[in-house]
Design a protein around this ligand. Sequence first.
Ligand code: ZN
Length: 255
Amino acid sequence: MAIRVTVWNEYLHEVQFKEIAAVYPQGIHGCIREFLEKEGFEVKTATLMEPEHGLTQEVLDHTDVLIWWGHMAHHKVQDEIVERVYRRVLDGMGLIVLHSGHASKIFQKLCGTDSSRLKWREDGEKEILWVVDPGHPIAAGLGEKIILEQEEMYGEHFDIPKPDEQVFISWFQGGEVFRSGCCWHRGKGKVFYFRPGHESFPVYYQPEIQKVICNAVRWAAPVDGPDSVYGNTQPVVELHLKEMKTIAGLHESAK
Ligand code: ZN
């Protein structure tokens, strides 16, 4: 069965600014949808202004991997929807957070740190993403680096918990570096943060960037693992408490 992906986009820049609409006429979500479909994934999109931001329980229950792009309206995402997405991640749904999604409520909640904190500069600098874990599934089929001719700069320190796996580190023309591709495990779910994708540069049309996102979808897709039981529970093996007390007693008397 094809992996089911939902691409969530705030979808405000493309509506409000004609320069951005010129870069992404179908919206950033439309561009991402197109290359994911070519790869054989089953893709839906959802946007902020839809009822429940397009992320009803029904939609999430039928999503294996959710992709998140947001920037100017993180505060407009309802807490109830954030909690719903969070619970689905713990239950196994993969989450890929792109670019300015680092400051989204859902990413901050999963990080447990103030992941909005980093350096930034919008000068259209060159960025080189270096693969620092060449054996990682997200790096499959790539060269050792990806060069982006023009991007917004993000610099360290980036206030995230130490990644479980680090796949990319970026260098920027102005001298800064940044942890650009980071993986975490939360409950049964997998989370991947991928830095590139400022709205005014055509980054999501670049084949290597598309390859990373496709690889990340496959990596983050749920596996058919066991459901964990939490809370007060019956013993798995019958307890012989009386016997154990006796042994404890013997242990005491031997001292
Ligand atoms: Zn940006």
